[in-house]
Design a protein around this ligand. Structure first.
Ligand SMILES: O=C(O)CCCC[C@@H]1SC[C@@H]2NC(=O)N[C@@H]21
Length: 235
């Protein structure tokens, strides 16, 4: 039926053999909402906290341009949206991924994907890096390594775009429901160390309505950790 299956993400896909960073291209351009920028390789792929992101051929390196009319406080939820879309995509390939707050997807505690949400003017960019057939960096993994065989990249791309689109539509109508769904896939209830300005240890107990991590400290009190320049290590 006409008009009932309107996708937002993936109507326009721009493919590059090589770019500096798909997030940079997406941030700087004047693209319509839902445009996907994807590249075989990135020469300057980056992650959170200015970290370098290795992007050789064989991996999925892509960014989605979004123009959500949402408050800034809901923006971190887009990172969970990206991570949840990756978890759903992996499960279509019989791989069980879990979300590590705030922006990683792990398989058996090894990183398989990272999400980077950035904003420039009206452009909100949701970048996803997923190790598919590329050799993963140390302590990380890839879909091919887990499955013991290479995976058609185009199928992974299609599945991811479909999952992102579905979840984005849900997010626009109810950011809170999206958060609840992502929480179910998050590694919680385990001891962690948060590294930011200083270091703090506790049990990663829950996520609040703004996507902050609720940490239970050894004296029983609770501390909220804001999504920002912090990283999390499992103890
Ligand atoms: O782990 C992280 O901190 C996030 C990594 C995000 C990497 C992706 S790859 C596509 C997009 N372009 C970039 O430069 N970064 C994101």
């Amino acid at each position: 039926m006409l008009g009932l299956n309107t996708s937002i993400i993936g109507k326009v896909v721009i493919y590059y053999r090589e770019v500096t960073s798909t997030n940079e291209v997406a941030k700087l351009g004047n693209f319509e909402e839902g445009t996907v920028i994807v590249a075989d390789t990135q020469t300057m792929g980056h992650g959170r906290i200015g970290r370098r992101w290795e992007s050789p051929p064989g991996g999925l390196w892509m960014s989605v341009v979004l123009h959500p009319r949402i408050s800034t406080e809901d923006l971190p939820k887009l990172s969970f949206l990206g991570a949840l879309a990756v978890v759903r995509t992996l499960s279509e390939f019989s791989i069980q991924g879990k979300i590590k707050w705030p922006n990683d997807v792990l398989v058996d505690y090894k990183k398989i994907a990272g999400i980077l949400v950035e904003k420039r003017g009206d452009n909100v960019v949701l970048g996803v890096g997923l190790n598919v057939n590329n050799e993963a960096p140390e302590n990380a993994t890839s879909m091919a390594e887990i499955l013991g065989t290479s995976v058609p990249l185009i199928e992974v791309f299609r599945a991811l775009v479909t999952n992102l689109d579905e979840l984005y539509k849900m997010f626009l109508s109810s950011p809170a429901s999206l958060l609840e769904m992502a929480k179910k896939e998050m590694i919680l209830g385990v001891p962690v160390r948060i590294i930011g300005d200083g270091e703090i240890e506790g049990i990663a107990e829950d996520i609040d309505e703004l996507g902050r991590l609720i940490l239970r400290l050894s004296d029983g009190s609770l501390k909220k950790i804001v999504y920002g320049d912090v990283s999390l290590r499992f103890l």
